[in-house]
Design a protein around this ligand. Structure first.
Ligand SMILES: N[C@@H](CCC(=O)N[C@@H](CS)C(=O)NCC(=O)O)C(=O)O
Length: 211
């Protein structure tokens, strides 16, 4: 059994989507980050970065934070969605690291300055808005050549897709990125993705794209 500490955010949803896709048994522990529960002493004692997602695998004793590490751990445990060796494996890890270093941190900053704090800093809004659109253009380019980011559907798609669900907050128009749009809708249609998206908020659904 995997104990999952999470909230309804892109980083949290990566993990619940992966658990659903890999059919691993898990129990959800909601951590309300708006109420500061990630800063509680019990949570920090186990997960010193004080952020969700985090997991404990009660069968193996492995305890992990950082969503990229958790996705690799699950893929190796389940033997799915990460090729065991060779250039296909490196392609998945490359795109997973791209998400962890860029298509996540930069989009978070874009949403902060464009959506949550509009008008606070024109410089930051322009800088992160431009970087968000640049990252979507990179994603669109790879999806023009491949059905999924690294060939077959993988943990890299599971990491990237939840961040793309917040495109409107990031100042991004998906009509400009037709390959991202096609990929977005394909993944949104997967039942495991829909179940994972609704953790821990059972009413949550991926955004429907305008026709
Ligand atoms: N690099 C970390 C980022 C985790 C992260 O930023 N989590 C956010 C929610 S998406 C959080 O817990 N925020 C609460 C806070 O910063 O206090 C990962 O990928 O797991």
């Amino acid at each position: 059994m995997i104990e999952l500490y999470t909230w309804s955010t892109p980083n949290g949803r990566k993990i619940s989507i992966a658990l659903e896709e890999m059919e691993l048994d898990y129990r959800v522990h909601p951590i309300d980050i708006g109420a500061g529960q990630q800063s509680g002493s019990d949570f920090i004692a186990r997960f010193p970065n004080a952020k969700i997602p985090a997991i404990v695998d009660s069968e193996t004793g492995v305890s992990l934070f950082e969503s990229g590490a958790i996705l690799i751990y699950f893929a190796e445990r389940a033997g799915r969605f990460l090729p065991p060796a060779g250039s296909e494996r490196w392609a998945v890890l490359q795109w997973l690291m791209w998400q962890m270093g860029g298509f996540g941190p930069m989009l978070g900053q874009a949403a902060h300055f464009l959506h949550y704090q509009p008008g606070k800093s024109d410089y930051a809004a322009e800088r992160y808005g431009n970087e968000a659109r640049r990252l979507y253009a990179v994603l669109d380019g790879t999806l023009e050549r491949n059905e999924f980011v690294a060939g077959d559907y993988s943990i890299a798609d599971m990491a990237i897709w939840p961040w793309a669900t917040r495109f409107d907050q990031q100042g991004v128009d998906l009509a400009v990125f037709p390959n991202v749009r096609r990929w977005f809708e394909t993944i949104a249609g997967r039942p495991a993705v829909q179940r994972g998206f609704a953790v821990p908020d059972a009413t949550a659904e991926p955004p429907a794209l305008a026709a």
